[in-house]
Design a protein around this ligand. Structure first.
Ligand SMILES: C[S@@+](CC[C@H](N)C(=O)[O-])C[C@H]1O[C@@H](n2cnc3c(N)ncnc32)[C@H](O)[C@@H]1O
Length: 341
């Protein structure tokens, strides 16, 4: 493990060129963090990825939007299906690193890149660079493409070279999922995705009710593009409708928060919110509200409704966290208790 001592606050570059069938990975981290990442065998866990003939998406380059991933003709994904499992090529500390000289940090970033194989280096350097003006190439690649995840107790900016090709949509049809015990990142279909459709994720928190203006500011400052999705594109009235709906969602959420202890009120606000989520096409936040509706229905003595809402929550959590998740287990328990009562 080569280290750069002194003013780097003991940051080091760790490279494993065998990682994930020879793809390789380089990590810039403090030695104790790097040791944990390796000791925890995060790097050793490299699950089987589909043979390429089974991959149901393809990368297509379009003017103005750059590369995006699309479902191949005569293929489709079902809600909850794994679209890809991707593994990192580069891992850097996220944000500012205390008492680390920026030039030295940049040298370490380059060293991390250059220690990878020629192919992986080329794939990483070939990713989009959205920042104009003078900006160091590697900083630009990270600013445009990195996912921020917590691993071994620290936040890291991570390059996943396949997943980085997914474009943003404010109403995405896919999302990414990671866990603390592996470096793999899964891309999961949030709803059914038909052939020819672009696979998109949200670069923003897909659960918030941010307005088009707030989203535009963030996307343009952090990724340098104007979103043209169905709820951002001007001129069709949809943008205004969506903004009004999102304001209503925010208002209902506040009313819901002040309804603690009153099951009837909770139920009213939750049902309104679920209706608004459906109208808006927001899928991510629904599970939590189905679960709330299940508990409120139980308090109101509406057993059948409680069972149905619990089933709906489970269906959504199954997609978002997987069937083994504690969220699904909690709804199973809820239904068991309800059945036994
Ligand atoms: C992580 S990359 C996505 C893949 C990229 N299109 C490529 O060519 O590799 C992020 C960059 O893609 C572009 N992009 C992503 N989503 C977009 C969208 N909805 N509309 C326009 N450009 C978008 C922006 O330039 C953004 O900075």
């Amino acid at each position: 493990m080569p280290t750069d001592k002194g003013t780097t606050n003991k940051l080091c570059v760790f490279t494993n060129t065998n990682f994930h069938f020879g793809q390789g990975v380089s990590i810039v981290a403090r030695p104790e963090t790097a040791r944990k990442l390796v000791d925890d065998r995060l790097l050793m866990k490299s699950r089987y990825e589909y043979p390429s003939s089974d991959v149901k998406y393809e990368a297509i380059d379009r003017p103005a939007l750059g590369v995006g991933l699309f479902v191949k003709p005569e293929h489709r994904y079902f809600a909850g299906e794994t679209i890809m499992v991707d593994y990192p090529t580069l891992v850097l500390p996220s944000g500012a690193v205390d008492s680390v000289d920026l030039n030295l940090l940049n040298n370490l970033r380059w060293k991390a890149l250059l220690q990878l194989s020629k192919e992986t280096r080329a794939r990483t350097r070939g990713l989009a660079q959205s920042k104009g003006g003078y900006m160091d190439e590697i900083v630009n690649v990270f600013d445009t493409n990195a996912f921020t995840h917590e691993k071994a107790g620290d936040l890291h900016d991570i390059i996943f070279a396949k997943a980085a090709r997914m474009n943003h949509n404010c109403l995405p049809n896919a999302f990414t999922r990671t866990n603390h015990s592996s470096f793999a990142m899964e891309v999961i279909a949030l709803r059914d995705i038909r052939d020819g459709e672009e696979i998109t994720i949200s670069y923003l928190d897909a659960s918030t009710e941010s307005t088009s203006k707030e989203r535009r500011n963030k996307l343009s400052s952090d990724w340098n593009f104007d979103c043209g999705c169905s709820i951002c594109a001007p001129g069709k009235g949809t943008k205004e409708e969506s903004d009004r709906r999102r304001e209503k969602i925010a208002k209902e959420r506040k009313l819901l928060q002040s309804s603690r202890g009153d099951a009837a009120k909770i139920m009213r606000h939750v049902e309104t919110m679920l209706g608004l989520f459906d109208e808006e096409g927001m899928i991510m936040p629904k599970a939590e509200y189905y679960a709330l509706a299940a508990h409120a229905s139980k308090h109101l003595g509406r057993r059948k409704d409680a069972m149905e809402f619990a089933e709906l929550a489970k269906g959504q959590w199954n997609i978002i966290f997987g069937p083994e998740s504690r969220e699904c287990a909690s709804m199973d328990e809820f239904q068991l208790e309800l059945g036994a009562a």
